[in-house]
Design a protein around this ligand. Structure first.
Ligand code: GLU
Ligand code: MG
Length: 355
């Protein structure tokens, strides 16, 4: 690793004593869903888009005002952001851009797309590099999804497309609207969106991001270039970059599990030919119409997952274990941080360093 000469990260699979993929290992869960996609003749291409806050060593944001995409203010943070981009590039992660996000000290660095497992591995490495380089610069970085109730949350948007045997994007001929294959993929994602929330927001803090006018979706809907919807479709005639952006996961999501969930939902849409329903347009916070609301606290998130077809598809052993860990989080939060719209010091102490 360029930022730590002589240091390497090795990512391994876990197996049970008989040599089978371990059912609780996130990499096994993702591998099974990649196989499922291949069995229907497509290979997923995935990019994650991560936001994080840059903080002082005592976890205060490094800046006190919002400077979204500012061309002047960004300069102050450039030494550390430059070092992060260089370290990511040095680890083989293709960096496309970085910019100031809509929160004081909030940053987004975009990595390019790759096959699903590479992106999941890269996302885990990305988070580790960003945090280490922040420390090397006397700062801290947090991927806690909602560190402060009054500021923007941090998301992990998951972009997916499907390539055929020849490596061509099967969504490329979508022209102003998703083509048939993309509609079915999108249909699956929309259909399983409530259950997906547990994979995207697995702690008591994550669902607090799901609030109006935060650019995190509050309801289940899809649209074109609209950042208030849950599934945003990029559909330019002939574009190899056509894709579905799933916008509800928080930056603390386990990348293997949220990608596995999105792939499971999408491929289920392909297998069943699910129709995503009508497209939504305009401000979907004020006018969600009859779109279904996402759960807004962890208890509701677990309820949407437990016993769902998605939980079954990701594996019974995995899902039972995963939901039981989340239930323990609900119990802890009920004791220490019961208000749904407050982010307490207890919560920050529990998550800010570890997310
Ligand atoms: N920060 C927003 C979120 O929590 C996303 C902002 C954006 O559209 O990039 O998901
Ligand atoms: Mg963003």
């Amino acid at each position: 690793m360029d930022h730590r000469p002589g240091y390497a990260i090795v990512i391994a699979d876990a197996h049970d004593p008989e040599g089978n993929p371990h059912p609780l290992a996130p990499r096994s869960v993702l591998a099974a869903q990649i196989e499922r996609c291949r069995a229907v003749g497509v290979d997923p291409v995935v990019a994650t888009e991560l936001e994080f806050y840059l903080c002082t060593p005592d976890w205060e944001p490094v800046q006190h005002h919002i400077q979204y995409s500012s061309v002047t203010d960004g300069l102050a943070l450039e030494p550390v952001l430059h070092a992060m981009r260089e370290a990511l590039l040095g680890a083989g992660i293709e960096v496309e851009s970085s910019n100031a996000e809509y929160g004081p000290g909030q940053i987004e660095i975009n990595a390019g797309p790759a096959d699903a497992m590479t992106t999941a591995d890269n996302t885990a490495v990305f988070k580790s590099i960003v945090k280490q380089v922040a420390v090397q610069h006397g700062l801290r970085a947090t991927f806690m999804p909602k560190p402060w109730a009054e500021q923007s949350g941090s998301g992990m948007h998951v972009h997916t497309s499907l390539v055929d045997d020849g490596g061509a994007n099967t969504f490329a001929d979508s022209d102003g609207a998703p083509n048939e294959l993309m509609r079915a993929w999108l249909g699956g994602i929309v259909d399983h969106a409530s259950a997906l929330t547990l994979l995207g927001s697995p702690t008591s803090n994550g669902p607090k991001r799901i609030r109006p006018y935060t650019f995190a979706p509050t309801h289940i809907h899809w649209g074109l270039d609209n950042r208030t919807v849950l599934a945003r479709c990029v559909v330019e005639a002939g574009s190899p970059a056509n894709r579905v952006e799933f916008r509800s996961a928080g930056s603390d999501a386990n990348p293997y599990l949220i990608i596995a969930g999105v792939l499971a939902a999408g491929v289920d849409g392909l297998e069943r030919g699910v129709d995503p329903g009508p497209m939504s347009e305009g401000d979907m916070y004020t006018n969600p119409g009859d779109c279904v609301a996402l759960p807004t606290d962890l208890a509701g998130v677990i309820e949407a997952y437990d016993g769902s077809p998605l939980a079954e598809q990701l594996g019974k052993t995995f899902s039972a274990s995963y939901a039981s860990i989340a239930r323990a989080e609900v119990a802890l939060a009920a004791e220490h941080s019961p208000e749904p719209d407050e982010v307490t010091d207890w919560e920050r102490a529990r998550f800010i360093e570890h997310c």
